[in-house]
Structure formats: C-alpha cells, structure tokens
Design a protein around this ligand. Sequence first.
Ligand SMILES: [Zn+2]
Ligand SMILES: [Zn+2]
Length: 392
Amino acid sequence: MPTEKRIAALHPEMTAWRRDIHSHPELGFEERRTSDFVAAKLAEFGVEVHRGIGRTGVVGVLRAGSSARSVGLRADMDALPIHEANAFAHRSTNEGRMHACGHDGHTTMLLGAAKYLAETRQFDGAVHFIFQPAEEGLGGAKAMIDDGLFRRFPCEAIFGMHNRPGMPLGEFAVRAGPMMAGGAFFDIDIEGRGAHGARPEASVDPVLVACHVTVALQSIVSRNVRPVETAVVSVTQIHGGNAYNVIPQSARLSGTARAFSSEVIELIGRNLARIAEGVAAGFGARAKTDYRPIFAPLINDPVEAEFAAAICADLVGPDRVRRDPALNMASEDFSFMLNEVRGCYINIGNGDGEGACEVHNPSYDFNDAALPYGAGFFARLVEKRLAKPSSR
Ligand SMILES: [Zn+2]
Ligand SMILES: [Zn+2]
C-alpha cells in the first residue's frame, strides 16, 4: 500500500488521539499526561522511548537497516493559559488551559508518522521523533538541547512543522533563509515618588513617566534600526497605581521586541535601556530595565528547504506549495534546534474556511482534516531522506 493510502487509513485513529490531547491541555513543562500519552503510543508502535529530556520531553528512536544516517522530526506538546470558548465535545477539561496553537495536532501528526514508519520500515537509518515541551516562551527546545538532545540522538538534519490558519487545507509553505523573527521580552520598572492625587507638586509621577517612555520607545524602530531591517517594539502592559486619588510610587512597563537578526535584537535592547533611563531621569525618576532575548531568529537551511519543498510537492503537487510565504514576525523556539543542526521548518494549511480562526484565539481548533497531510509529509520525508540502498 503506498504511503498516502496507509496514512489515510490512520486518519480516524489520529483524530481520536488529537481530540484526546485537545481535551487535556497542559502548560509548558507540565505536560505529564501528554508525555505519558506520547510515550505509551510510541512503545505500543515498537519505537524505543527516552523520557525526561528537557524535563517533560520525549524522544522516540526507530531504526531500520544498517545505515548510520539519521533524521530528526520535532513536534511541540504544550498548551496555553487561555479559557477555551468552544463548546464541542473535545473542548478543554482543564479550566484556563487550552490547545489554542494546535500543538495537539503537531504531536498527533508526528505520532501518526511514527506508527506508519514503525509498521512499514521502508528506510535505512535512524529516525528520532522529538516531542518537545514548553514551546510557548518557556524554553523547551533549549532545555532539551541542554539535556544533550543532539549528543545522545545525533541528527543529520531536523524538520519541524506548524499549522497556519487561513492557508487552505492540503497546502504547505516553505521558505529558505529567515522565516520567523527572533524575540525578546522586557520589563521596565519606573521608580518615582508617591503623593496625594491632588498634590502633584509633591510627587515624581511614574505614570506620566511610563507614558513618555512608551512613546519614546517607538523611535527605536524608526530612528535606531536600519530602515532595510525589519523590527517590532511593542509595549503590551502598563501597570501602576490602584486608587483614584493616589499618585503611585512606581509603575511597570512590559513588552516584546522582534527582529530577524540577533544583532538587531541586541541593538533594540541597548537603545531601550538608554531611552527608558534617560527619559525617566529627565522627569526626576529612575528606570531599571530587564531585557531578555527569548527566541533566536528562525533560519531555514536553503538546501534543506529545497528538500522539504520537494517532499511537499511530491505529496500535494507543486502548485500547492508556497515557496515565498511572507516573513512572520512571530517567534518559534525550534530556531534553537536549527542553530545546532541544519534543517527546515515548514507551515501546513489549517484551512481557510471554518478552521481559519487564528492561533492563540479562544475559539481556535486544530483542523483534523490536516492530520494526514502532516503525517504524510514526515513519513515521506524519512523514506526519501533515508532511502533504502535499492531505492536510492
Ligand atoms: Zn503559539
Ligand atoms: Zn505554536
């Protein structure tokens, strides 16, 4: 039976796994049930299971033939702190937790590929199935790498995938070079002097300072970053005060910066601190900045991007593979794995109809109709990459 038919036969089973994971979402590094589920399935398929890599991370190893070649396939497992708005039967049963980014689907597609490959073993080498915890800003990829991921499970190349709402089902998007931005989070603590709300002359008003700092930070992208570069600075939180008639003692600004090179991310950090401290000093207040780069820019290896695009084209036809998707200012910590091992990250269509609700939205749901495409991509990739001597 060809890959597609056999994967299609797994569709009902994959749908059941996906909905099971969806209804039991867990936050980063708390994926205990999810990693139990993944480990049990892998063991059932006859895949060798390694647990506790990056705390709740799981690696499955499947070997066939005698070749020393290897490939790594990665899926993320964590959910988000969102209250699910959906009413369907597989909605979240963990209050305030939700699979709103489709990692339930990513995990399922990789499990589907593992089941197929374990049954058919039409390849020569080792496949490392990497189930990563804590992708949503908590550093799961780094935790796995620090735990010796690539030392213990060497990979010639690695591949990852994320669903994209708004892109039709059965379509893929692949880009060589930069694909997603690197990013930092920041906090700026402004220390003023508290006073009665009716006696501003006795205060150093940190709320006013916070407003001026927020406006001044907008000049980083327009005046400090080279115009041909792409960057974002967003202040996403302003906290200060809790009474109508009290000028508070302090205020806090928080937010995020994004760019496609580590140099620009660092440049933003330096300017952000100087502007915040300088503006605050101008008002007689003090600012303390904590700027933390969290994600590296995601850069696809051009050769591996070409290879991944060819696999997609093989699967769905070249006209359903977007070769030049727009740059995405969001971030993805698979970038840290790509800094260690060459590889490629691709997007898979989650549908442009009803399933087009954006990720991180309380009404989002992964589209089960996409499961065979993602599992099919991983399976075909392994059979091509680690082709048996006879079929090379
Ligand atoms: Zn997300
Ligand atoms: Zn995600």
